[in-house]
Design a protein around this ligand. Structure first.
Ligand code: NAI
Length: 229
């Protein structure tokens, strides 16, 4: 397993939910954390927190540059920022669909692009893209969310292909229901029977600590039984 000491991890969407749990977990493990938040003033005291808004031109590059200025290297990137507005494929208004692509697909792609040379320089760079089981199958009417998460899985495969010879390893992490603000409206599954952000974060810590010779391309995590998932 890779030792966290000295390694720098960028975590997007770290203001709450899965991203926050990941940032806290990796910090406790010894990683130096650069948190990307839409409102960095909301970060806990002592955090290196920078503005990152997937829909704001230039914020990705500014966050990456600030991370380098603070730490001088980037070893790990966890793309946790995401949204899930309803976007049915029969809806003629594509506003929600466009937002899903912008935040859930182009957002991670741009952070990866900005951090790429530094992740390559690490020799053991790690990227975890938080996709979803919705990227693996369609179980509700939000086709736009499923399509965006499937695209994020494909992006992860592309990153693995380009990055492999540089020691860069990427994982598409695909959870089912996790008890966060995003699932506050969900009634299909009791909240206490959803996966917990801390458990998700523990799995992600393992993913980023695995050596170059043990890489997981996709990891599916469920809080309930589904055939094959
Ligand atoms: P959440 O709603 O609690 O947190 C989402 C985070 O993304 C927040 O920090 C928010 O500020 C940030 N964010 C939203 N729009 C942004 C933008 N334009 N730029 C920068 N940051 C932005 O949701 P949760 O559950 O923590 O979700 C994290 C990731 O996990 C998301 O990508 C989500 O799609 C994915 N996911 C969540 C599941 C769940 O059941 N909660 C299941 C599967 C995947």
């Amino acid at each position: 397993m890779l030792e966290p000491t000295g390694r720098v991890a960028m975590v997007s969407g770290a203001s709450r939910g899965i991203g926050q749990a990941v940032a806290e977990r990796l910090a406790q493990a010894g990683y130096r954390i650069s948190a990307g938040l839409r409102d960095p003033r909301r970060a806990p005291a002592g955090w290196y927190a920078y503005r990152y808004d997937a829909e704001e031109t230039g914020s990705t590059e500014a966050w990456t540059a600030a991370t380098l200025a603070a730490f001088g290297r980037i070893d790990v990137l966890v793309n946790a920022a995401g949204i899930n507005p309803m976007a049915r494929f029969l809806d003629s208004d594509e506003t929600a669909f466009d937002a899903l692509i912008a935040v859930n697909v182009k957002g991670p792609m741009r952070v990866i692009r900005a951090a790429w040379p530094h992740l390559v320089a690490s020799g053991s760079g790690r990227i975890v893209n938080i996709a979803s089981l919705s990227g693996k199958r369609v179980r509700n009417e939000n086709a736009g969310y499923a399509m965006a998460k499937a695209a994020l899985v494909s992006l992860t495969q592309a990153v693995r292909r380009e990055g492999w010879e540089h020691g860069l390893r990427a994982t598409a992490f695909c959870p089912g229901f996790v008890e966060t603000d995003m699932t506050a409206h969900v009634t299909k599954q009791p909240r206490d029977l959803m996966s917990q952000p801390d458990d998700v974060a523990a799995v992600i810590e393992t993913l980023v600590r695995l050596p170059n010779t043990a890489s997981i391309a996709e990891l599916l995590l469920n809080c309930r039984h589904e055939d094959m998932l």
